[in-house]
Design a protein around this ligand. Structure first.
Ligand code: PGA
Length: 315
């Protein structure tokens, strides 16, 4: 049988008064802290003690000391009020997950697969807003420095910003040419041969360009840059139009047309890199951001790999 004691204890306010008296170890001090009058506090305490049927405190050497019974009641009051503050937090979280915003800044090359991570996530939380900013590496680093977004996606994370990071997908950078290009006939190509051919390069600030430059630097070579182009798709189509050769992320080739393109068997390639999700290690993540991270780490990654497998890639 359930006890009806709670019905006699009175309101939550009475429990708050009890906790203030316990905390301050004085009726007077509790009165001040609660902006009440002394008789109000004393009456409320007496009503509580009448309900329990025993004194809650005594005066020992003029000091207010709680009895064991009083301390038990204090313990229960703490639990009850704690439950309410947990309820308050849960309700806030439920509201946030219903209407919050997830902000992502991703480098251009990752735009091919990020939507495949966002799709299933939005199915789970249909009412949230997504803000997806797409820029090159340098622009994305700038946003990261300003702390604008919840997550950043790079394949060449900035070395001078400390942050959490999660590697979640490979990003091979491969050489491509039109099938009629003389290099396309060779069974094996060296990087020094590759750098003789007119090269289509991404713009300054691009992560792809950064990775290519690092590779050429390592081999003490220089690309024969014929055109600088600000977009992966435009590079791909320029290669398809025989304007030159290039090195781009294999993800760029997975989607959209690729007629006439071949992958060149350059010994020093692919450049092996990974996609990283990065997020601040000083800012507290929002609840949606936490859910999103959980989504990437669990089924999101799996769904994404399946999606990428489905898309045909050039041989
Ligand atoms: P990008 O970035 O789109 O700036 O070339 C790709 C990367 O960071 O590897």
């Amino acid at each position: 049988m359930h006890s009806r004691l709670h019905a006699h204890v009175g309101t939550m306010r009475r429990l708050e008064i009890l906790l203030a008296v316990h905390d301050k170890e004085s009726i007077n001090e509790a009165t001040k802290a609660l902006f009440l009058t002394q008789p109000t506090v004393s009456i409320q305490m007496r009503k509580l003690s009448d309900t329990i049927g025993e004194p809650l405190y005594r005066y020992v050497n003029r000091k207010l000391v709680f009895t064991d019974v009083g301390l038990e009641l204090v313990k229960t009051a703490v639990e009850v009020l704690d439950s309410f503050s947990r309820l308050y937090q849960t309700l806030g979280s439920m509201r946030e997950l219903k209407s919050g915003t997830l902000r992502l800044a991703v480098v251009t090359t990752s735009k091919y697969f990020i939507p495949h991570l966002l799709g299933p996530f939005c199915e789970q939380f249909p009412n949230i807003d997504i803000q997806l900013y797409i820029g090159n590496r340098e622009q994305t680093i700038e946003r990261m420095k300003q702390g604008i977004d919840d997550f950043y996606v790079f394949s060449h994370p900035p070395k001078d910003i400390e942050a959490h990071s999660l590697a979640f997908l490979e990003n091979p950078l491969v050489a491509i040419a039109h099938q009629d290009h003389p290099l396309a006939k060779q069974e094996s190509i060296s990087l020094s041969e590759l750098c003789q051919a007119p090269f289509l390069m991404r713009e300054k600030g691009s992560g792809t360009r950064y990775a290519i430059e690092q590779l050429f630097k390592k081999h003490k070579l220089q690309a024969n840059i014929k055109m600088t182009i600000e977009s992966n798709e435009a590079i791909k189509h320029s290669v398809m139009s025989k304007l030159g050769i290039s090195i781009i992320s294999a993800h760029t080739l997975t989607y959209g047309g690729q007629s006439g393109l071949v992958r060149l068997p350059v010994k020093e390639l692919p450049i092996d890199s990974h996609w990283f999700f990065m997020w601040s290690n000083t800012k507290r993540p929002t609840l949606i951001a936490t859910e999103f991270l959980e989504h990437i780490e669990s089924n999101g990654k799996y769904l994404l790999l399946k999606e990428l497998e489905k898309s045909a890639s050039i041989g």
